[in-house]
Design a protein around this ligand. Structure first.
Ligand SMILES: CC(C)(COP(=O)(O)OP(=O)(O)OC[C@H]1O[C@@H](n2cnc3c(N)ncnc32)[C@H](O)[C@@H]1OP(=O)(O)O)[C@@H](O)C(=O)NCCC(=O)NCCS
Length: 206
């Protein structure tokens, strides 16, 4: 199984190398000017790997904790059950699942994925876990046949990965607006207009 080891301390200083088919990323120290004592003493490496069936209960718990309600955790369960989940990754710290990301099939005229939800346990937020999960999910999306990833979220967070609202603005979508963004995975989008929607499970989300 391929796993990605990464720094839970730095958003900007992650360094990596390949060993035995694995990507190993080493800690580079905190990226922000926070006092050292405010960082938990993580000594075990954190890894990002594909979700396994045995992770499902822990994923449900992490998503529920991140959002403070069960709706998004049920969404993940339903996307998986419907066969719409394409990429599902977990961040594991000292054998505990502390984060999760899912990419699911979208209804579109071209091969598009929806990035949602992204979840990091409240105790582990702001240490780069969410960024690392998104980066690895996008890496996996690029390795497939997919042409674009859409997301509905805060441009400040998702803009750092290259998501933009302007190229998504021509699509007819229940989520259209400044928070609806797209990241082309090829040189250009196969279409810039038309109807696009998330997988059916999203319709049940409040
Ligand atoms: C959003 C979330 C996944 C980010 O994970 P994280 O591990 O805390 O993120 P990182 O440490 O990699 O990145 C933190 C950066 O993202 C920013 N950020 C975090 N959540 C954000 C949000 N909802 N909107 C905008 N920016 C956000 C932080 O301000 C921080 O910015 P900085 O690097 O300039 O200081 C996590 O906060 C979470 O699970 N939130 C609850 C669920 C949620 O809202 N998910 C996203 C919608 S699907």
């Amino acid at each position: 199984m391929q796993a990605v080891y990464f720094s839970a301390w730095s958003l900007t200083g992650i360094r990596g190398g390949h060993t035995d088919g694995q990507i190993t990323l080493v800690r580079c120290g905190p990226a922000r000017s926070l006092p050292l004592e405010s960082f938990p003493a993580y000594n075990a490496p954190m890894i990002i790997r594909k979700e396994e069936p045995s992770d499902r209960a822990a994923v449900h718990a992490v998503v529920r904790a991140a959002f403070g309600r069960t709706s998004e955790a049920m969404l993940v369960d339903r996307l998986r059950a419907d066969g719409d989940s394409v990429v599902s990754l977990v961040a594991v710290d000292d054998a505990s699942v502390v984060g999760h990301v899912m990419l699911s099939k979208m209804k579109a005229s071209f091969q598009a994925l929806g990035l949602a939800p992204v979840s990091v346990h409240p105790d582990r937020q702001k240490y780069g876990v969410g960024t690392s999960l998104v980066l690895e999910a996008l890496t996996q999306a690029r390795q497939g046949r997919f042409e674009a990833v859409f997301v509905l979220g805060d441009p400040l967070f998702y803009g750092r990965f290259g998501f933009r609202s302007e190229p998504a603005s021509g699509f007819t979508s229940p989520y259209a607006g400044p928070h609806f963004m797209v990241l082309p995975l090829k040189s250009a989008l196969a279409a810039t207009t038309g109807t696009i929607d998330y997988a059916s499970a999203f319709a049940a989300l409040e």
